[in-house]
Ligand binder design. Structure first.
Ligand SMILES: Nc1ncnc2c1ncn2[C@@H]1O[C@H](COP(=O)(O)OP(=O)(O)OP(=O)(O)O)[C@@H](O)[C@H]1O
Ligand SMILES: [Mg+2]
Length: 547
């Protein structure tokens, strides 16, 4: 292990002990060999903090340890059902109340990045931060045209801190991969590699601004979600300026209730937004903790969400997206055999897995939770069951689905807090069914042909030459076959001639079909000649088959 990594591990241990979290240190195998080094060091005992509740001590330790630990705390904080309330309350503070850095420093950073003093950039600028979270803090400001904005500024030194902890994670993952019996199946090194990409992407606020504007476009005119406008002229890698959102934080249930918000609708819309992002747009917000979600209640009966913080977004490979949707639908239909088959087809379980056994295991998990509101479903128990199944059927972790799974965990946790009566099945199923219908519709087929028009055109250009070659071959050019035996020579010739004709017809049919489809694609599906060509192609192909 590299010295840098070992020193950081010691540092982590020091911070945990300093905040009186000895139990965590003792419980971690990793620290066994290092434990005595620290217990023996006098400095350790001096800075020790025993006061304060355990939740508070844990939060302080995570804050001191830096962004990756804060993010971990944020993610865990969305699952109140799996945490003691005192710890959940403290961890929730990591969502938007992490101690900020000095406002003067933020101001200097904005000025050097944008090349102008804030007094010129803005009509008004608040040096005291409005809020702060894992990697950035935001300051309220007003543009010279009077529009209210927030200025998001990266915390100093983030990249170095994150790189350092990624190195630790990578070292631990490498150890786990090598020495842990589950390493092969759970692929820790690949998981960390996937995490590395996500977390480093977050440090480029230009990228975040791009994500924000894409998400805004995806939900333009939607009643479900509002996305703040990006002010591009004020965006740089470490500074981002966007419209200020005045909404109620999603965690402030008291305020939402007092305003008479339709909570059921709000919760259902949350599920709709999630499924719309994942399946319809294939572009989902991947940091769904309450610190990043507000509710706009101008009309409390029709509440809208407003999302912020677009540093992490996810997209799925179309193949994964398809299998996921099919899996969801199969579960909605209680078709557990299909779920098992899909897992096999997609390679998520090894070839040779017994379908009937897997079907029965999936049934055992799903059947008890059907048609039940969230409050009657123990997510913790389901999770344990799922872990059991995945171990039993030797399922490999799919690192590319990690972000989606984390988001699902967050969204489900949020739904639970917001509206325990929520029936996820009945809210999500129509959206997915609709999406599936659209995907297999003729319109979608045309769209995909249109998207591939250049390749089709290229292939079509080769068809005349192909046809000419076929005609030449059919009109007497000798086919390249070994010399046939003398007996039955004439029958063989007749057979070859017939094969040649059939081949010609097949080629012609294919050419007509491709031409027709191409016509339809470029004419947006309205061209009658296109349909005629398609029909002619089909008839020719059928004739060839029946010859
Ligand atoms: N457009 C906005 N309007 C109002 N408040 C905002 C806006 N953007 C950010 N905030 C406030 O600032 C806080 C921190 O901003 P943001 O979530 O973007 O930072 P972050 O460090 O990237 O967060 P995270 O730790 O979630 O990754 C938010 O939780 C929110 O309270
Ligand atoms: Mg945030």
């Amino acid at each position: 292990m590299k010295l840098r990594v070992a020193l950081r591990l010691l540092e982590i241990q020091r911070v945990l002990l300093k905040h009186g979290l000895d139990a965590y240190v003792r419980a971690t195998h990793l620290y066994r060999p290092l434990r005595f080094v620290l217990y023996a060091s006098p400095g350790m005992w001096l800075g020790r903090r025993r006061t304060g509740a355990r939740g508070e001590r844990l939060r302080l330790a995570l804050e001191e340890l830096g962004p990756i630990f804060v993010k971990f705390g944020q993610a865990v904080s969305t699952r109140r059902d799996l945490l003691p309330a005192d710890i959940a309350d403290e961890l929730a503070k990591l969502q938007d109340r992490v101690p900020p850095f000095d406002g003067r420093l933020a101001r200097a950073r904005i000025e050097s990045s944008l090349g102008q003093p804030v007094t010129e950039l803005f009509a008004q600028f608040e040096e005291t931060p409005l809020a702060a979270a894992s990697i950035a803090q935001v300051h309220a400001a007003t543009l010279t045209d009077g529009r209210e904005v927030v200025v998001k500024v990266l915390r100093p030194g983030m990249r170095a801190e994150i790189e350092r902890d990624l190195e630790v994670l990578e070292a631990l993952a490498a150890l786990a991969q090598r020495y842990w019996s589950e390493g092969r199946r759970l692929r820790p090194t690949e998981l960390v590699a996937e995490y590395r990409k996500t977390v480093l992407d977050e440090l480029d606020l230009m990228r975040e601004a791009g994500n924000a504007s894409q998400l805004k476009r995806n939900f333009a005119g939607s009643e479900l979600l509002y996305v703040p406008e990006v002010h591009w002229d004020y965006c740089r890698t470490d500074v981002m300026v966007m419209e200020r959102i005045h909404g109620v934080p999603i965690s402030d249930m008291a305020a939402l209730r007092a305003a008479g918000t339709d909570i059921a609708r709000l919760a259902e819309n949350g599920v709709r937004i999630f499924f719309t992002q994942v399946f319809r747009h294939n572009f989902f917000h991947g940091d769904m903790h309450p610190g990043n979600i507000f509710v706009l209640i101008d009309d409390p009966k029709r509440p809208r969400y407003a999302a912020i913080d677009f540093g992490i977004v996810g997209t799925l490979d179309p193949r994964d997206q398809h299998y996921l949707a099919e899996n969801f639908l199969a579960v909605f239909d209680r078709d557990y055999r299909r779920v098992a088959q899909l897992h096999l087809e997609s390679g998520w379980v090894p070839a040779g897995t017994r379908i009937d056994e897997m079907e029965s295991a999936v049934r055992t998990v799903c059947e008890p939770i059907f048609d039940r509101p969230l409050k009657d479903i123990s997510f913790g128990r389901i999770l344990l069951r799922l872990f059991e199944i995945s171990r039993r059927f030797d399922m490999q972790i799919q690192p590319q689905l990690l972000l989606l799974q984390k988001t699902l965990l967050n969204v489900e946790g949020l739904g639970r807090q917001l509206y325990p009566e929520l029936d996820i099945w009945s809210t999500a199923s129509p959206i997915l069914r609709e999406w599936m219908r659209e995907r297999v519709s003729f319109g979608a087929l045309l769209k995909s042909i249109r998207a591939h028009a250049p390749e089709i055109l290229e292939a079509a250009r080769g068809i005349p030459a192909l046809l000419a070659a076929q005609v030449r071959r059919g009109s007497g050019a000798a086919p390249a076959v070994p010399a046939p035996p003398a007996a039955g020579l004439s029958e063989l010739r007749a057979e070859l001639r017939e094969q040649g004709r059939r081949r010609d017809l097949v080629t012609l049919g294919a050419a007509l079909l491709v031409g027709g489809l191409f016509w339809l694609a470029v004419s947006g599906g309205h061209g009658t000649p296109g349909w005629a060509l398609v029909a002619a192609g089909l008839i020719t192909a059928l004739a060839a088959a029946g010859l």
